[in-house]
Design a protein around this ligand. Structure first.
Ligand code: B12
Ligand code: SF4
Ligand code: SF4
Length: 317
């Protein structure tokens, strides 16, 4: 068995659902262009970090000089089929995006990728260079995942695996080891438009661009300050994030439930009581969400979202 095959087998043993390898070449010119157009159109909203380190984002070798290969992993976060009912929120439920019903995936994925580095060391010695990336590194993760054969990019802009659907979190090890690259998957959306039809705000534009500044994930998690009223109304009772374009996708509907039991799921984070959110203190917020992606919104952001959800509920006929 080649080192690349051994690494992919070990990746699955470590609890990931997908693994692939690509070379460390920069992402192709068309995708770099998509990225530049996206920034120019103002679709990044207040996410200034997306404008920084652009050279690195488009070329793994800018993150690790000696880079030759990138190992890309996928972690399935489809909800467990059998799960406890969320607690009763007395008609005051604020909905939480599905990835945030699990523990924070960043440390979870990083820890297991470190385990994979240990395994590679046991096979190839300790003289290789590597860099572990999960989400926050300036790296075009979806573009690399396509190249590593994990799936294709759908009209909902998600990396979609034909068997596992869209609910896949990504992580990478950039390394100077020469590994055997996988081939991209050729599957497409054809004439389906279900995700575009399902998007409440028009963030998924008919011209194929993604206006992140209108996406409810952006508004409820990344955006600071007030939310424009026409967008706030479209949040309905979405307190943190949104999954509509993912759940509308036929590939997601056919997906298997999560495979990794160690990735902790919290049934009591599916919906939060909005009035309880409004009375959280910094201490109670920290204590409740220390291991949750929800902390990313910050206490002020979460309270702003809760107030909008309550106003939307009060305005319902
Ligand atoms: C900024 C960001 C956001 C922003 C903007 C999202 C966006 N679509 O750009 C906001 C806050 C809105 C967001 C939301 C979500 N995010 Co986010 N986000 C990121 C982040 C940090 C950067 C993404 C980025 O570069 N955007 C800029 C655009 C231009 O790039 P892009 O969409 O990746 O597109 C590139 C390629 O897809 C390619 N491409 C584009 N079109 C096409 C078409 C074809 C045919 C091909 C081949 C290639 C291609 O070119 C582009 C340039 O390289 C990444 C992590 C990372 N470091 O990459 C996570 C990431 C993309 N997010 C992720 C997730 C899970 C989400 C949410 C599902 C959260 C949730 N609710 O559960 C939503 C999904 C919203 C959506 N439909 O995209 C996952 C995606 C996993 C997957 N299966 O795709 C990532 C990879 C994080 C991770 N490590 O798992 N996110
Ligand atoms: S996550 Fe929601 S708001 Fe964002 S693009 Fe998808 S459907 Fe639209
Ligand atoms: S819903 Fe349809 S158009 Fe959208 S990503 Fe899925 S298959 Fe593609």
């Amino acid at each position: 068995m080649s080192l690349s095959q051994e690494i992919k087998r070990k990746t699955i043993e470590l609890g990931f659902d997908l693994a692939g390898v690509t070379d460390a070449a920069p992402i192709d010119a068309r995708q770099a262009e998509i990225f530049a157009e996206w920034l120019k159109s103002g679709f990044a909203g207040q996410m200034d970090y997306m404008r920084r380190n652009l050279d690195k984002r488009l070329a793994p070798a800018r993150l690790l000089k000696s880079a030759r290969s990138v190992i890309v992993i996928g972690l399935n976060y489809t909800l467990p089929r059998r799960r406890p009912e969320p607690p009763d929120t007395a008609g005051l439920a604020g909905r939480v995006a599905r990835y945030a019903q699990y523990e924070d995936y960043h440390p979870f994925v990083k820890e297991r990728l470190s385990g994979l580095v240990d395994f590679i060391t046991s096979r190839a010695g300790d003289s290789f260079g590597f860099k572990i990336c999960v989400d926050s590194a300036p790296l075009a993760e979806r573009a690399l995942a396509v190249r590593a054969g994990l799936g294709f990019i759908g009209k909902n802009h998600m990396l979609i695996n034909p068997e596992l659907g869209c609910e896949i979190l990504l992580g990478e090890i950039i390394t100077d080891l020469e590994l055997c690259p996988d081939k991209p998957v050729a599957k497409l959306c054809s004439d389906c438009t279900k995700c575009l039809d399902a998007c409440p705000t028009g963030a998924l534009r008919p011209d194929g661009q993604f206006d992140a500044a209108k996406c409810i994930n952006y508004l409820t998690i990344e955006h600071h300050g007030p939310i424009a009223s026409e967008l706030a109304q479209k949040m309905a009772n979405r307190l943190f994030g949104c999954d509509e374009c993912v759940l509308a996708c036929p590939y997601q509907n056919a997906a298997r439930a999560r495979g990794n039991e160690q990735f902790r799921f919290y049934a009591d984070r599916a919906e939060l009581n909005l009035e309880e959110v409004l009375v959280l203190t910094e201490e109670s917020f920290e204590a409740r969400f220390a291991d949750s992606p929800i902390k990313r919104a910050g206490l002020d952001g979460l309270k702003r979202n809760a107030a909008i959800c309550l106003a939307n509920m009060a305005a319902e006929p």
